[in-house]
Ligand binder design. Structure first.
Ligand code: DIG
Ligand code: MN
Ligand code: MN
Length: 390
């Protein structure tokens, strides 16, 4: 045991599909045997995880009869109770079955859209039965290759209809459940609708019950789009919409790698953990810390648990580094808020008086421009904390 071992208080979770990933990819078959859900629960508990998430069909095979479904759920529930794991999040697999080849909620065939709604209602019931409080929608098949197949505005409208329908379902059933929308720019579709967290944040504002809906940003997906993941998460937090988060690692310009958390861009991982943990003195994110990632295809089952432990350990190491960084007197001095009693009151809340005071302010642009900001010092100090010499 050391200070970086995970505890339940860390709220680390894994999807059944993450540690259960068999290593199959478009160019090769599975290299690992599938893991049963109950075995996965035991092993995740041994690793120190707090929660386990699932798509409906990660637990209940597609098309299983009700009696089979109930038996599987009963067994899963007893494994959860025996090993002390919770189910913080659930979601629907609306992407594997061929019926979804043209999308789910946005598909052109009304029967596909009907099947997607029905499957989502059943999966919501399952998630709530297992105790989930967050329900994720990742529209992996909601997109195009032949873009002329539908007006993109129709895809937006159909998705809104589906989510408004399902929000009403949750309200009528009085479920204590919030929706979290997960963006991705492409893969498995040539283009996926609502490609970034920013698109999702606007889309939520157009729904009938926006208060029920937030976002589930994923490191790999925003990075694939060439964006700052930390800035996207910060905007979601500022809007009170960071309902869940998918943590992993990704190199820009690659397929969706879903690598072990922190294993690629360490600087960005550090800045993300600093933001989530509020080590600079801000309100922290208090939701589940979900690792939507998987072990390298090179790994055997032992390597899968090395992967899971590595995700959690790296997060805790970066949290300790961020705490040390924000406690560093030099850092606090450089990033301290610049106060200006004469100017500050004029910068928000328009009034005619403020406008004329702004115009009357004596500001010498060249003198102001000369001020050094010491960001090289700041960033070097961050690197030294990261590299373990501070
Ligand atoms: C992929 O990034 C998606 C699916 O794995 C799942 O629907 C969602 C929940 O984490 N992430
Ligand atoms: Mn991904
Ligand atoms: Mn994800």
């Amino acid at each position: 045991m050391d200070t970086f071992d995970p505890t339940l208080a860390d709220r680390f979770s894994f999807g059944l599909w993450t540690v259960g990933n068999t290593g199959r990819d478009p160019f090769g078959e599975a290299v690992r045997a599938p893991l049963s859900p109950t075995y996965t629960v035991r092993k995740l508990a041994e690793c120190g995880a707090w929660g386990v998430n699932l798509h409906d069909n990660d637990l209940v095979p597609f098309g299983a009869p009700a009696s089979e479904r109930d038996r599987i759920v009963r067994e899963f529930k007893s494994a959860l109770a025996e090993h002390g794991l919770c189910v913080p999040m659930a979601t629907t697999n609306l992407f594997s079955h061929p019926i979804f080849k043209d999308g789910a909620f946005s598909a052109n065939d009304p029967k596909v859209r009907a099947f997607a709604l029905r499957k989502s209602m059943d999966a919501i019931d399952l998630g709530v039965e297992l105790g989930a409080r967050t329900y994720v929608f990742w529209g992996g098949r909601e997109g195009t290759e032949a873009d002329a197949c539908r007006d993109p505005r129709t895809a937006v409208a159909r998705t809104r209809d589906a989510l408004d329908f399902l929000c009403e379902y949750v309200r009528e059933r009085r479920y204590d459940l919030r929706f979290a929308l997960e963006a991705k720019p492409n893969e498995p579709r040539g283009d996926i609708y609502f490609p970034t967290t920013g698109h999702m944040l606007h889309f939520i504002s157009t729904l009938a019950h926006p208060e029920m809906v937030g976002v589930n940003p994923e490191v790999a997906h925003e990075t694939m789009a060439g964006l700052s993941f930390t800035h996207g998460v910060a905007q979601a937090m500022e809007a009170g919409k960071l309902f869940h988060i998918d943590l992993n690692a990704q190199r820009i310009g690659r397929y969706d790698q879903d690598f072990r958390f922190g294993s690629e861009d360490v600087r960005q991982a550090f800045l993300l953990v600093r933001l989530l943990e509020g080590t600079m003195g801000t309100e922290p994110y208090r939701g589940p810390l979900h690792f939507d990632a998987h072990a390298y295809r090179s790994e055997d089952e032992a390597g899968v648990w090395d992967f899971a432990r590595g995700c959690m350990r790296t997060y805790k190491i970066l949290k300790a580094r961020a705490q040390a960084f924000d406690a560093d007197p030099l850092v606090r001095e450089i990033i301290a808020d610049v106060k200006d009693a004469a100017v500050d009151p004029l910068l928000a809340g328009y009034t005619r008086e403020k406008a004329s005071s702004l115009r009357a302010l004596a500001i010498d642009p060249s003198a102001v421009a000369k001020r050094g900001l010491r960001y090289e010092q700041l960033d070097q100090r961050m690197m030294e904390h990261l590299l373990g010499v501070r």
